[in-house]
Design a protein around this ligand. Structure first.
Ligand code: NAD
Length: 252
C-alpha cells in the first residue's frame, strides 16, 4: 500500500523553496524519494543543506517566476540535470496589504503576476514536457483560505488565490485525459514570513488563533503529508480539488 506514495525516480519542480512552506514541501518530496529542482529568486542554501542531510538530490534555478523566460529555463534545466519531470509544485507567492481604496496598480500587478500568471505559464510548459514524455504528471498549486473567503486589505492576494482555485479546476479538466492530475492545497494560517505581519499584530493574531479548532498556527511540516499524497500515484483519481490544510479553520 505505501508504495503508492513512493516518489522514487520522480523529478519535482518546487517554486519558492528557500524558506517557509516551499522548503517544507521540497524536503517532504525528497524524503518520499523525489529529486528536486528549485526555482528561487533568493539563495536556497539552507534548503540545499537540508536536502543533502536527507541524502536527496537538489538543483536550483535562480529565477523570478514572474519573468516570462522562466518556464523554458526551468524545464530545460530540469531535463539537462535529471532527464525528466513528474511533479510541479507552484508554491512561490507574495502578498501586499493596503486598504482597497488606496491599493495601487503596482501592488495589483506584481501579486497577480507572481501568484497567478506565472502558475499558468509554468504549468503549461510542464504539461507540454509530460505529454512529450508520455508519462503521468502531478501539479499541486498553493491556494489559500482566501480562495474561499474575501479577507481584508489584500485585494490582489484574494483575487489571485481565488483564481488559483478556478485555474486548478480548468487545468484538471483539460489535462486529466493526458494523465496529468492538477490539484491544490489551501494552507490555513501558517507560521511563515508570509504571515509575520499578522502574527505581530496582537489583536489580529489572537482573533485568528481563537478561530482555529486545532488551537495553533500551522507549520511547514503540516503540508508534508498532503503534498506527497497529491504528488503521488495514491491520488491518481483526484482531479481539480483544492484540499484545505487549515487545522479546521473552514469548518468553523
Ligand atoms: P514565504 O514568504 O516564506 O515564501 C514565499 C516563497 O516564494 C519564498 O521562497 C519566496 O522567495 C518565493 N517567491 C516570491 N516571489 C517570487 C518570485 N517572483 N520568484 C521566485 N520566487 C518567489 O511564505 P510561505 O507562507 O511559505 O508561502 C508559500 C505559499 O503559500 C505562497 O503561495 C503563499 O501565498 C501560500 N500561503 C501561505 C499561507 C501562510 O499562512 N503562510 C497561507 C496560505 C497560503
Amino acid at each position: 500500500m505505501l508504495n503508492m506514495f513512493n516518489l522514487e525516480g520522480k523529478v519535482a519542480i518546487v517554486t519558492g523553496c528557500n524558506t517557509g512552506l516551499g522548503q517544507g514541501m521540497a524536503l517532504a518530496l525528497v524524503k518520499a524519494g523525489a529529486k528536486v529542482v528549485g526555482v528561487n529568486r533568493s539563495n536556497p542554501d539552507e534548503t540545499a543543506a537540508l536536502i543533502k542531510e536527507a541524502n536527496g538530490e537538489f538543483v536550483n534555478v535562480m529565477a523570478d517566476v514572474a519573468d516570462s523566460n522562466t518556464p523554458n529555463c526551468v524545464l530545460s534545466e530540469a531535463i539537462n540535470q535529471f532527464g525528466r519531470v513528474d511533479i510541479l509544485i507552484n508554491n512561490a507567492g507574495i502578498i501586499r496589504r493596503n486598504d482597497a481604496i488606496d491599493f495601487t496598480e503596482k501592488d495589483w500587478d506584481e501579486v497577480m503576476d507572481v501568484n497567478l500568471k506565472s502558475v499558468f505559464f509554468l504549468s503549461q510548459a510542464f504539461a507540454k514536457q509530460v505529454i512529450k514524455q508520455g508519462s503521468y504528471g502531478n501539479i499541486v498549486n498553493i491556494a489559500s483560505m482566501l480562495s474561499y473567503q474575501g479577507g481584508i486589505r489584500v485585494p490582489s492576494y484574494t483575487a489571485s488565490k481565488s483564481g488559483i482555485l478556478g485555474l486548478t479546476r480548468l487545468l484538471a479538466n483539460e489535462w486529466a485525459k493526458d494523465g496529468i492530475n492538477v490539484n491544490a492545497i489551501a494552507p490555513g494560517y501558517m507560521a511563515t514570513n508570509n504571515t509575520e505581519a499578522l502574527r505581530n499584530d496582537e489583536s489580529r493574531s489572537a482573533e485568528i488563533l481563537g478561530r482555529i479548532p486545532a488551537g495553533r498556527w500551522g507549520e511547514a511540516d503540516d503540508v508534508a503529508g498532503p503534498v506527497v499524497f497529491l504528488s503521488s500515484d495514491a491520488s491518481r483519481y483526484v482531479n481539480g480539488y483544492t484540499l484545505a490544510v487549515d487545522g479546521g479553520w473552514l469548518a468553523r
